[in-house]
Design a protein. Structure first.
Length: 307
């Protein structure tokens, strides 16, 4: 193996050892999603501590191949949310664009006397004390979503994943290890830079032993050690989270086209039965059902412009 890879692996094992020695093996568990990253973390952790437990939060939105893989794994506890996805989007709204954009849109869609300062912040980027806070301003690009015929919200992840895991942790005195990596997003990079790979003193202590790994490292380890992984990766998926999620959709516009090809029943459920097709249509994203109105309008305007 390449020296840098061995260095990363050694650091990961050291982080795992420090975490387990701090809390005790009975109070540490892997947050196992069935994805490639947490699969590698589980394999490495069990090479050091064979009895370490994994916990899978089954939101009901995973690929069937993911659930099947999880059920074949040993020593994995499966937990579920209190509310199903359809109830979450009915009460709070759809997860679209990103967690931040959905939260900002939700604030504006639910404007009232109680949150008028927050709404003003989202629209102007200026706090109630007159301080500039540009990062808290809703980009003009997404303001059309305020008047969308559906609600937007960032609450989905909390209700379907984080709350069940936190409940399990409280009930079993567990301190999590996760497959979170810096490369996943700018937000995760900022968090890991601030807290470090092993965050002992945060409100929810958490360990991210794979923080400095890349997808290339993950696949190298996976193939070298024959780590089981779900076949959806071989079908073109790079991430295997909740299949109905629309976070990051503008950077992965074929997501629901692939879903139709790889899991037609799930595609039909979210697009037709839950109304996700109308959400994607409003965003101008193709679903495989029909060309969205926004895309048709842009195409027509382009034809007129080019003659």
């Amino acid at each position: 193996m390449k020296p840098y890879y061995e260095t990363k692996l050694g650091k990961t094992k050291s982080l795992i050892t420090d975490w387990v020695e701090t809390w005790g093996i009975d109070h540490v568990a892997i947050s196992y999603s069935g994805g490639k990253d947490s699969g590698v973390l589980l394999h490495i952790a069990r090479s050091v501590y064979p009895s370490i437990k994994g916990v899978f939060s089954n939101t009901g939105l995973e690929y069937a191949e993911i659930v099947s893989l999880v059920k074949r794994m040993e020593n994995i506890d499966i937990i579920r949310p209190k509310k199903p996805f359809h109830q979450v989007i009915k009460e709070y709204g759809w997860p679209v664009i990103s967690k931040q954009v959905s939260r900002f849109i939700s604030d504006c869609q639910n404007a009232s006397d109680r949150n008028k300062k927050t709404v003003n912040l989202r629209m102007t980027g200026i706090t109630s004390t007159g301080q500039k806070a540009p990062s808290q301003r809703l980009s003009n690009k997404w303001r059309f979503l305020i008047d969308a015929p559906f609600k937007c919200s960032n609450r989905c992840c909390d209700i379907l994943k984080k709350d069940p895991l936190r409940g399990y942790a409280r009930g079993n005195n567990i301190y999590w290890m996760t497959g979170m990596m810096r490369q996943d997003s700018d937000m995760r990079d900022k968090i890991l830079t601030k807290t470090g790979c092993n965050s002992y003193d945060s409100k929810y202590p958490i360990s991210a032993p794979l923080a400095d790994w890349t997808d290339t490292d993950i696949w190298e380890y996976t193939h070298k050690h024959n780590v089981p992984y779900a076949s959806v990766y071989d079908n073109g998926e790079k991430r295997t989270g909740c299949v109905f999620c629309m976070f990051g959709i503008m950077y992965d516009k074929d997501r629901f086209i692939r879903l139709k090809r790889n899991s037609p029943k799930q595609w039909d459920f979210v697009i037709n039965k839950l109304g996700g097709g109308k959400v994607l249509d409003f965003l101008g994203i193709e679903t495989g059902k029909y060309k969205p109105k926004r895309l048709e309008q842009e195409t027509s305007q382009l034809k007129l412009f080019t003659g």
